[in-house]
Structures are given as C-alpha cells and as structure tokens.
Design a protein. Structure first.
Length: 333
C-alpha cells in the first residue's frame, strides 16, 4: 500500500499522516450521526474485542478457582505471572519480530524513519533500547501487572467487595464493559499527567521517556511506581460494583493495550492490502514533544479540554509552541 496517499515523508524519512487526529465523533460539533455510526465498528474491532477475548480466555483457562484464590500463595501468583509474561512475549515479540527485526513493511507508515536497534545510547541499560525496554517489561512491569491481578482476584474471592453476577446485573455489567476503555483513558490521563510533574518526572516517568522513538518493547518499559499506578486502573472495579472478569478486561486493556501507542507505525500491513490501524500517532507525538497528548486518542478528550491536545498538524504545532512560550514567560516571572 502506498503510504504517501495518506501522508507525507520529510527529508529525514519520517512519515506523518495528512489527516489531523480527531477526538471521538460524539465530542465533535456539529454532531454528525453518520460519523458516530461509522466510528462504532472501530471501537470494537479489532483492539477492544481482542482485549475482551484474552480476558475471557484467561477467565476460562488461566485464573484458578475461587477456593484457590481465597488464599494468597506464591504458587498461583507465579503461575499468573508466567502466563502474562509468555503472552506478552508472543504478542509484543511478534510485532517486534515482523515489523522491527524482519521489517516486513520496511518503513512504510513509520513515523520515525530510524529503528531503535540502530541507535545505541547511554541512557539505556547496556546502551540498548531494545534490551533495556525488554528487561524492564519482564522484571518490573509484568510482575506489578500480576500483583494488581492477584490483589483483585483475592479480594473478589473472599467477598470483601460485591461480585455481581451476569444473570442478575447484566445491563449494568454490559454498560461497564462498554465504558471500560473510557475509564482506562481517564485513569491513564490522570496518573500520566501526575508523573509529568517535577520530581515525579525526574525519578519516575523519565524512564519511560528515554525511548523517544518507541517500539513495542517500550510500551511497558516503566519505573515500578508508574507500572503499579498504570495497572492499578483495574482496582476501580473494587470501588465500582463489578465482577472479576471485568477487572481482568480492564487490566488487559492496560497491559496488552499499552502496545498501541508504541507500535511506531500508523498501520500494520498484516498483508499488503489488509492494513490494521494502530491508533499510535497521538502517543507517538507525546513521546516526541512530551507535554502534549497525556491521554489516549480522544475517546474522552481530556487533552482538548485542558489545552494539551496535539492533532499532528502545523496548527497543532503552533498551539503547542504558544503554550510553551506562555509557560516560559510565567516561569521567568
Ligand atoms: Zn509511552
Ligand atoms: Zn509521558
């Protein structure tokens, strides 16, 4: 597929989409019913359905029975870690392998022309972004993902919070399922904005931002504080009346879904004529410019409401520059 029909490439070889990023259509004015209807399939397919499918699979085949979950033990906790780690190894590793190692698509639709493997840097463990990001994912973030999982399963199993059944509460549980991606976006925006402030950025979040040119392994390359806060989104299901399957779905939206912002390609060509939209550009711009796009891709447009939205256009650049200038002027008194 010709990527220049949908975008432009600069002298450095970096590709950018021509169409500006848009927030979800129900936030746009004038409201267009046609646009809202056209948006619905993409809300489900493929990413959110994929996260739901993995949550269902874990629930059916991985999560131990309620009796086992009642007692905390290393046995089932380590088993959950092993399955989560193996799944991420296959899922993220598969994208790395085909798009970053074999480079089946070359740099068609790739925002940054360079591949991280070609750029050794002192900021990374062993000077390698890939190795650094990989080790942080498996030694830090996936253990903390699993810790959150163990916590909510144990709390539900012991009846410390209500465990709503699907038979009795299906309308609410379906509504909560549909809202889970929005909850993810609000939670992520809040903790992400927080760790961009002062010492939290310096000691915590800068670890993630070392990857200016992210690849799939960058997704979960986090400081432990960030990794816990990020996955803790699932703990909202202990506060809202919910069900452990939905908490698991919420957790998978975070853990597996982290890859979306870090794929580095606008479309993954599964085959030449079957491109899969990645929704990666908003978060790519965040890695490029730092203080824009703290949230996701505009399902709940908090960035627009707080003035930090960058839609990828020249006008977006100008708005960002003006904001940085105002901030500088304020700091200089
Ligand atoms: Zn990121
Ligand atoms: Zn950030």
């Amino acid at each position: 597929m010709d990527d220049l029909s949908l975008g432009t490439r600069n002298k450095r070889g970096d590709w950018a989409p021509t169409a500006p990023l848009e927030v979800a259509p129900f936030w746009q004015r004038p409201l267009s019913l046609r646009k809202v209807l056209a948006w619905v399939p993409g809300y489900f397919w493929p990413w959110n359905l994929f996260h739901m499918a993995t949550a269902l699979a874990w629930w059916a085949w991985v999560v131990p029975d309620q009796q086992t979950l009642k007692t905390l033990s290393w046995g089932w906790a380590l088993y959950l870690y092993a399955v989560n780690a193996a799944a991420i190894f296959l899922f993220y590793g598969g994208i790395e392998l085909f798009w970053y190692v074999v480079r089946k698509q070359g740099n068609r639709f790739k925002y940054n022309a360079k591949f991280p493997g070609e750029q050794p840097s002192d900021v990374f463990w062993f000077k390698s972004q890939n190795l650094d990001n990989f080790l942080r994912s498996f030694l830090v973030s996936i253990p903390l993902w699993t810790l959150v999982e163990v916590l909510f399963l144990w709390v539900f199993a012991n009846g410390y919070v209500p465990w709503l059944s699907w038979q009795a509460h299906w309308p609410w549980l379906i509504a909560l399922t549909l809202l889970a991606p929005a909850l993810h976006e609000v939670h992520f925006f809040c903790i992400h904005w927080l760790i961009h402030q002062g010492v939290l950025y310096k000691y915590v979040h800068s670890v993630h931002h070392n990857s200016v040119n992210p690849s799939p392994w960058s997704s979960l390359s986090m400081h432990p504080v960030e990794a816990f806060l990020y996955h803790a989104v699932a703990l909202w299901h202990l506060v809202l009346p919910s069900n452990p399957l939905l908490a698991l779905f919420q957790l998978h939206l975070a853990g597996f879904g982290a890859v979306n912002g870090h794929i580095g390609f606008d479309r993954l060509e599964l085959t030449e004529d079957m491109p899969l939209t990645t929704h990666a550009y908003a978060h790519y711009l965040h890695h490029k410019y730092f203080e824009v796009n703290y949230g996701g891709d505009g399902l709940i447009p908090l960035d627009r409401w707080f003035g930090t939205w960058h839609d990828g256009t020249k006008a977006g650049d100008a708005r960002m520059e003006a904001r940085f200038q105002r901030k500088k002027a304020k700091l200089n008194g």
